[in-house]
Write a protein that binds this ligand. Structure first.
Ligand SMILES: Cc1ncc(COP(=O)(O)O)c(C=O)c1O
Length: 426
């Protein structure tokens, strides 16, 4: 942390741009931590917040509900095939904690002994203890390893780093065979937890076609609940409203967050199928209900802005627009991959990871004594772009409604920034 002696203070945001206290402008390539949909200071979203805040700012979801939260639950169920009920929370990590608790308690409620959780290596589901346990990224969490609960982890095929002796397709088969063998032999697995469509914080590892679908089929066949995390990949980030639909894999439990409120207020949701919900029904003294609740759960202002956000997706055909605008990334593929420190680019919808290497042939990740993220942040800022890296990967996660013109500018600025930062690594 001593590298960060000062921080840039953001004063305002408009559209794709953030302005700091000294008047410098930066285009938001991070989508304000992957959640911004319509850009900053969107009048319709701001009005939704303003008008709800005049009526009811917060009231508890303990014994009560509120109108915006009920309306939002109905919309979430409508867009999420196979889902029947909604449990609110205030951030993605909590939504995943809740997903895990529901999955484990489901089996208790059914009177069955299934207590283990299967996951994929390198997944990320948030920074709380349960979320760290199911999403173990060694660089982030190794200091807490002893306190995390054990999970069964399976490898994920990454086209850029296929182990020696395998073709990519053989390796994919190999990964799926490992999963099948274990979950067909181990009757104690309660749930399979994974990000839907891609591992984002794990370095934009986009699953090969059919991978998630096959896992969902294996889960169904062997009585394992499928828990999908759409917090970073759903709501259009990868070009579909609901990524699990695109992947042809219906989960038992799914979590949304980040883009749910357009990126304006903090809210997340865990959805379950009817089968799961029904297992929690019973008389009070049956103790089947879920003991979980947060103070700000179902906050009406957050729910009101989420409702407006979903309405705007439909009114503006946002998913179609993302699919069209995302082609702008493709126009820059060649120029990016031609750079001598770029090893791989991985892209889907409004998500791109650019993996930087010091040796293209050996695929050696770039290294530096100073944080790579800090180098890119500083070079980016000079260039008028807010950039963040995850390790050696430059992440491009702009607001979903960015125009082709702004995305083109963002990509040009990214290329210039990589070129400017290059001397730190070669
Ligand atoms: C896939 C995924 N799940 C969960 C989370 C945690 O969400 P939050 O930061 O809102 O707790 C994140 C955050 O980046 C994420 O990418």
């Amino acid at each position: 942390m001593s590298e960060w002696d000062t921080f840039t203070q953001i004063k305002s945001g408009k559209g794709m741009w953030l302005t700091d206290s000294k008047g410098n402008k930066m285009i938001d390539a991070v989508g304000s931590m992957w959640c911004n949909v319509w850009g900053h200071s969107n009048p319709e979203l701001v009005n939704a917040i303003r008008s709800q805040s005049k009526k009811l700012q917060h009231s508890s979801m303990f014994n009560l509900t509120n109108e915006p939260a009920e309306k939002l639950a109905a919309s979430l169920i409508r867009i999420s095939p196979g889902m029947n009920r909604v449990f609110y929370s205030d951030n993605g990590s909590s939504a995943m904690e809740i997903s895990i608790k529901i999955a484990l308690q489901y089996w208790k409620n059914k009177g069955e002994k299934k207590t283990e959780i299967a996951t994929v290596e390198n997944g990320y589901h948030g920074d709380t203890f349960g979320a760290m346990s199911v999403g173990y990224v060694p660089e982030f969490f190794s200091k807490f390893k002893k306190q995390l609960f054990a999970t069964i982890q399976f490898p994920v095929p990454n086209k850029y780093r296929v182990p020696k002796g395998f073709t990519f397709s053989d390796y994919q088969e190999h990964c799926l065979e490992k999963i099948e063998k274990r979950i067909s032999e181990d009757n104690n697995i309660a749930a399979f937890v994974m990000e839907s469509g891609a591992q984002v914080a794990g370095g934009v590892i986009i699953y090969p076609k059919g991978f998630q679908r096959k896992i969902s089929q294996l889960c169904k066949k062997h009585g394992v609940l499928l828990v999908l995390d759409e917090i970073a990949t759903g709501f259009g980030r990868m070009g579909s409203m609901v990524q699990y639909e695109e992947q042809k894999s219906i989960p038992d439990i799914v979590a949304y967050g980040k883009m749910l409120t357009g990126g304006y207020l903090t809210m997340a949701a865990t959805l379950t199928s009817k089968k799961i919900y029904d297992s929690f029904l019973g008389e009070f003294n049956d103790w089947r209900h879920l003991f979980h609740g947060h103070t700000y759960t179902g906050n009406p202002i957050a729910a009101a802005v989420a409702n407006k956000n979903i309405e705007m997706y439909q009114k503006n055909h946002l998913i179609k627009r993302i699919q069209k605008t995302a082609k702008t990334f493709e126009k820059h593929y060649m120029q990016i991959s031609d750079m001598d420190i770029v090893g791989d680019i991985r892209h889907s919808g409004m998500l791109m990871g650019i993996e930087l290497v010091s040796n293209k042939a050996k695929k050696t990740p770039i290294q530096s004594k100073k944080s790579i993220n800090k180098i890119f942040f500083e070079e980016g800022k000079k260039n008028g772009i807010y950039l963040r890296t995850l390790g050696n990967i430059v992440m491009l996660v702009p607001p979903l409604a960015i125009s082709e013109k702004d995305l083109d500018l963002l990509l040009k600025k990214t290329i210039e920034t990589i070129q400017a930062a290059r001397h730190h690594f070669v």
